[in-house]
Design a binder for this molecule. Structure first.
Ligand SMILES: [Zn+2]
Length: 390
């Protein structure tokens, strides 16, 4: 029996006491401090035309030089500092591999408050004490009160924990577990069990059956509210008492919208992954797929990338297929009935008539069916290659 190891994270809300809060906030600061010191150091080396430090050298430098200079660095979790420097090294690596921009200094104002610590010798533990209550043990902090809404799977091995604070001042810990599972044998693709999804802005998606998901009303409500309150915030005097109050309020709305969106994406992807064997999507613009909220855009739009990610792992863990078709495949301008290509189809056009077979085609379902068929051809080819290679 073949087994594979998969990583799965669970995010818990934690309720630190005042002392624990102090230490967590201090750690956020120290993590930012060493990141910025590391960045300055590497920058200095680069301008002097010298070789940059490896991540281990940076870490040694932190342990032997910075910790002597700045005593307070010793008070916080050492893994948090190491991970921060490793993150910096990764940022540089991405930059040199042309996959990211040059690392920037982190400021207290515009950066996410978080740090990651590693699991060793039982320094991190999750314990349930009631239906939803419990506690989580974290390095330096000891036991922190927590809401245990979900138990880790039996046999899951704890890897690391990321402690974070949201904009509205709530604390969370996301714990990464490694789980060994039996590898599902690959399902043979079948066109009857293949679904195509065409990304569509107000509807989220239109599938090859012509259906769209039902986006809960509550969503739209929070969204509209968010837009309104955001506008109010923009009109307020920065730094004033009212501004601060409004900022917190907007941050809470953002959190609520983001939670609703995540919940929706989980449910929708579960439904599809259980009823279909192969799901095909287009390779769309990465910006539209990002999981973060952007102003002026529907929160659902920003969730499509999240949704695709959930869908992929939910299919693959069952030996099913998630197929991304080529970005240049003309899914909207090809007739699904006869295969004719019509370059005159416009972006905003909802319907068009095929010049060859004269069928009236609805834009989105037609595109979704083309995505399904092209994806099916791709997966068949891929499976054939695997079979030939064995
Ligand atoms: Zn046609």
């Amino acid at each position: 029996m073949k087994t594979i190891v998969i990583n799965r994270a669970i995010k818990y809300r934690i309720y630190p006491n005042e002392d624990q809060k102090d230490l967590i906030n201090k750690t956020f600061g120290c993590v930012r401090k060493v990141y910025n010191m590391g960045l300055e150091l590497q920058q200095g080396l680069h301008t002097a035309d010298m070789k940059s430090m490896s991540r281990n050298e940076l870490n040694q430098f932190c342990n032997h030089v910075w910790k002597d200079e700045l005593e307070y660095l010793r008070e916080v979790d050492k893994f948090a500092l190491t991970n921060s420097l490793f993150n910096l090294s990764n940022a540089f690596k991405n930059f040199f591999d042309k996959k990211g921009r040059y690392p920037r200094f982190k400021s207290k104002k515009d950066h996410k408050m978080s740090y990651t610590t590693n699991a060793t010798n039982g320094n991190i533990a999750v314990e349930r004490t009631g239906t939803k209550c419990g506690r989580i043990k974290l390095p330096k902090l000891g036991w922190v009160e927590a809401c245990i809404h979900r138990d880790p799977e039996p046999g899951a091995v704890l890897k690391n924990a990321t402690i974070s604070m949201s904009q509205s001042g709530k604390y969370y810990v996301s714990i990464l577990f490694a789980i060994t599972v039996e590898a599902a044998s690959p399902v043979m693709p079948d066109i009857k069990k293949t679904l195509g999804l065409d990304y569509s802005s107000p509807l989220f998606y239109v599938d090859s059956e012509g259906c769209s998901p039902e986006v809960p009303h509550a969503f739209r409500r929070v969204e509209q509210r968010l837009a309104k309150e955001q506008k109010r915030l923009a009109r307020m005097v920065k730094g004033s008492k009212n501004y601060e109050k409004q900022r917190l309020f907007v941050a809470r709305l953002h959190e609520r919208a983001s939670n609703q969106r995540k919940d929706f994406c989980h449910k929708e992807s579960r439904k599809i992954a259980n009823s279909w064997d192969t799901v095909c999507v287009e390779d769309i613009d990465l910006r539209a797929m990002s999981g973060t909220l952007r102003l002026g855009k529907s929160t659902m739009d920003n969730g499509f990338g999240l949704f695709r990610g959930f869908l992929q792992y939910k299919l693959e863990e069952q030996g099913k297929h998630f197929v991304v078709i080529d970005k240049w495949y003309p899914s909207t301008k090809t007739c699904n009935h006869c295969g004719a290509y019509d370059p005159s189809v416009q972006l905003g056009q909802k319907e068009w008539t095929c010049p060859q077979c004269h069928k009236v085609l609805r834009r989105d379902p037609n595109a979704a069916r083309n995505i399904r068929d092209e994806g099916f051809r791709t997966i068949k080819r891929r499976m054939e290659d695997i079979r030939l290679a064995v």
